[in-house]
Design a protein around this ligand. Structure first.
Ligand code: F6R
Length: 241
């Protein structure tokens, strides 16, 4: 496990983009695991800049997003599909057929989850998984629990996640309570993992993930057993280490 600390979120984004860029230069057809939320936005902006500058090429890249809300139309401005199109995909030469996001509106969500895990396997597995971390220590939407769930699954979002993410919705009652998320097993199967955390709100989750017992009550703590994980933190997120 490596931990790199930076002064600000911008630098965290640049460091993440350098590592993702290095992955694409060594393997142009890399499979990337991607996250949504506020944390990866500086990373995505830097990747777009490097693409526009002619440094990076996404034409052979495949991506799998971590999660998606259930019962939210894909064109809804708060859906993760919409977020990814807005913040990244529409500005890269990443083929639409290579962009994968779980379908939270599938009639049979268990079948959708099984198919999503299978699609990752068929693509050869994730080379590099980008993660944020929830204030409650979640990765993807793997919420605090008494167990780690291996595969893609349907999740009941906890109150703390609902409170954190409701800022994106007009009214709290509009925010879905259910989501589909990659499991911790699929995340751990990635060949390398980059966890980004910025801001003082993440400091306690980062402390628990890095310094306390490996325990499903802080799902990110399992990352310490990954052979190739890097934590990129700003000063505020690292302040309790
Ligand atoms: C997003 C995801 C979540 C977020 C986490 C942090 O796809 O899987 O685990 O990474 O909730 O969200 P932000 O970055 O908005 O603080």
């Amino acid at each position: 496990m490596r931990i790199h600390q930076y002064d600000n979120a911008q630098q965290v984004g640049q460091a993440a983009a350098i590592l993702i860029g290095a992955q694409l230069l060594t393997k142009p057809d890399a499979v990337l695991g991607l996250a949504t939320g506020s944390t990866p936005i500086p990373t995505y902006q830097e990747l777009i800049r490097l693409y526009q500058a002619g440094v990076l090429d996404f034409s052979k890249v495949t991506t799998f997003n971590l999660d998606e809300y259930c019962q939210l139309p894909p064109q809804h401005p708060c859906s993760y599909r919409h977020f990814m199109r807005q913040e990244l995909f529409s500005q890269l030469n990443l083929p639409a057929e290579n962009q994968h996001i779980p379908d939270g509106n599938a009639a049979d969500l268990s079948a959708e989850c099984a198919a999503y895990d299978q699609a990752i396997l068929s693509a050869g597995g994730i080379d590099l998984q980008l993660l944020g971390i929830g204030r409650n220590g979640h990765i993807g939407f793997n919420e605090p629990s008494d167990q780690f769930v291996y595969g893609c699954h349907v999740v009941h979002l906890t109150q703390s996640t609902i409170e954190d993410n409701r800022r994106f919705f007009k009214r709290e009652e509009d925010m879905p309570r259910l989501a589909v998320s990659l499991g911790v097993g699929s995340i751990m199967n990635a060949k390398s993992v980059l966890l980004l955390a910025t801001g003082k709100d993440k400091a306690e989750a980062v402390r628990k993930a890095i310094l306390e017992d490996i325990d499903p009550s802080t799902q990110a703590s399992i990352l310490r057993t990954h052979p190739n994980v890097i934590f990129l933190l700003d000063k505020a997120a690292a302040s309790l280490l």
